[in-house]
Design a protein around this ligand. Structure first.
Ligand code: KIV
Ligand code: NA
Length: 275
């Protein structure tokens, strides 16, 4: 069944949990789609887990379009949401609409995601008015890493919790179809989930959210740079890959690979006539 922003709304009403994973390329997207995951996020985490930057700030529109279009070619039923990179929407409402449009037209995104609360509500409203669904993102919003002074849990104190609840109401009111909550205490994420009518998708926000999202390299244990508390490793793919690469290296070195079964044959009498 094709997932859309409408089926997302219905899932919340029916109390059905939504699953989301990141992807950045065709072959991974195809596997995630075949597994029946509801949505793929082409996250700007791309900058860290694929491009090797220390944060997401250097990611460009061109990067996002390139990877979004690759993912789009791999999916059938999954809803494709693509992140708006740093400075593609903060600068003005006009920039936000133009860049959201590029992610749809060139990146084949079916929805876009941007970070922030009240300060980006004019952008959310304008993008939604252009018929592009918007997913909001609150809590630990990595594009604000320099303002936060690091990657830390958000919304712990009373004032911070009230602010987050107000921001959640504001992005819903601005027209967001879903809301990602990143690194928010479980109890506050539950309160926000009960308060808003749009599905909340948690990452490090507990089981009370309407859905969950993880970076696929994290949940496959492929990205060793850090292991946040909220990550569950569903398979040790990183280790499997390293072992396979080492086995290949060894077999090339000792001549075990390629074997006869991997080689092409010809009439070798031809060779005798070559000069
Ligand atoms: O970029 C990303 O992968 C994200 C998720 C972690 C929500 O924004
Ligand atoms: Na992101």
């Amino acid at each position: 069944m094709k997932n859309t922003v409408v089926t997302f709304q219905e899932a919340k009403q029916k109390g059905e949990k939504l699953s989301m994973l990141t992807a950045y390329d065709y072959s991974t997207a195809k596997l995630i789609d075949e597994a029946g995951v509801n949505a793929i996020l082409v996250g700007d985490s791309l900058g860290m887990v694929v491009l090797g930057y220390e944060d997401t700030l250097s990611v460009t529109m061109e990067d996002m379009i390139h990877h979004s279009a690759a993912v789009a070619r791999g999916i059938k039923d999954t809803l494709l949401i693509t992140d708006m990179p740093f400075m593609s929407y903060q600068t003005s409402v006009y920039d936000a609409v133009v860049n959201a449009g590029r992610l749809v037209k060139e990146g084949r995104a079916q929805a876009v995601k941007l970070e922030g609360g009240k300060e980006v509500c004019p952008q959310i409203r304008a993008i939604v008015n252009a018929s592009i669904p918007v997913c909001a993102h609150l809590g630990l919003t990595p594009q604000s890493v320099n303002a936060f002074g690091g990657f830390k849990v958000q919304g712990k104190g009373e004032a911070a919790a009230q602010k987050l609840l107000d921001e959640a109401r504001a992005v819903e009111e601005a027209g967001a179809f879903a809301l990602v909550l990143e690194c928010v205490p479980k109890a506050l994420a539950e309160k926000i989930t009960e308060t808003v009518h749009i599905p909340t998708i948690g990452i490090g926000a507990g089981a009370g959210c309407d859905g969950q999202v993880l970076v696929y390299q994290d949940m496959l244990a492929m990205y060793a740079n850090m292991k946040p508390k909220f990550v569950k490793q569903f398979a040790q793919v990183g280790e499997e890959m390293r072992n396979a690469f080492a086995a290949y290296r060894k077999e090339v070195a000792d001549g075990t690979f390629p074997g006869e079964e991997h080689t092409f044959k010809m009439d070798e009498s031809i060779l005798d006539r070559l000069y």
